[in-house]
Design a binder for this molecule. Sequence first.
Ligand SMILES: [Zn+2]
Length: 243
Amino acid sequence: MTSPSGLAAAAERIAAACRVLGRLGLTREPAGHISMLLDDGAVAIKARGPSESGLRFAGAGDVVVVDPDGTPRSTAPGLEPPRELAIHLAVYRARPDVTSVVHVHPLTPVLFGICDVPLLPLIGAYDPYALRLLARGVPTYQRGVLITTPRLGDEMAAVLGTGGACLLRGHGVTTAGASPEEAALNVIKLNELAELNYRARLLGEPRQIAKAEYEEIVGTGRTRPELIDSAWRFYRRLTNEEG
Ligand SMILES: [Zn+2]
């Protein structure tokens, strides 16, 4: 059983990540949720329901806990686990390396799922984190439905594969990480990739960076934890989360 203080800390991290993504405009209205796997296999997740705040205004009180099978372990008045809890549970089942999942509806990445236009590696040193995220694969789950059953969740998790992000056609995105901060950064970086690709296509004929440069920057394929920390601190400050 996760300790009360551990649960409170998880709820605050989830809520802070929700607020950052909400303030950056990376989801619509109250749509979206962030979850975190707890020590005992339970999952803490931003709730939905009549009393929901929306990501931008989320607090620790917006977080509820479910068992690994999705049974609610805690409730709050007017709040319940999101209908798309299945997204989160399926990724945790499939990926032992993942301890946090984000599902949101950001406009520009969604356009790439709609139009079958590939996200290309157009940038190098401009944003190595984003390039590494792309190198791990950003596939598209082809169904536009709400993902509310284990079967649909497993289908989507299979498309996500071993990567850090996938697009959901006509719907949104799912990202995965080793912390709520990393999973949320993956949304920010995915949005950056989509914005760059979108604008480059408007301007002209985008050219990919050279293969040797791509390989040098992608390297091991993962961004060092201290760089994730500093990027996250920046976005927290940018959105008035601290300092
Ligand atoms: Zn959704």
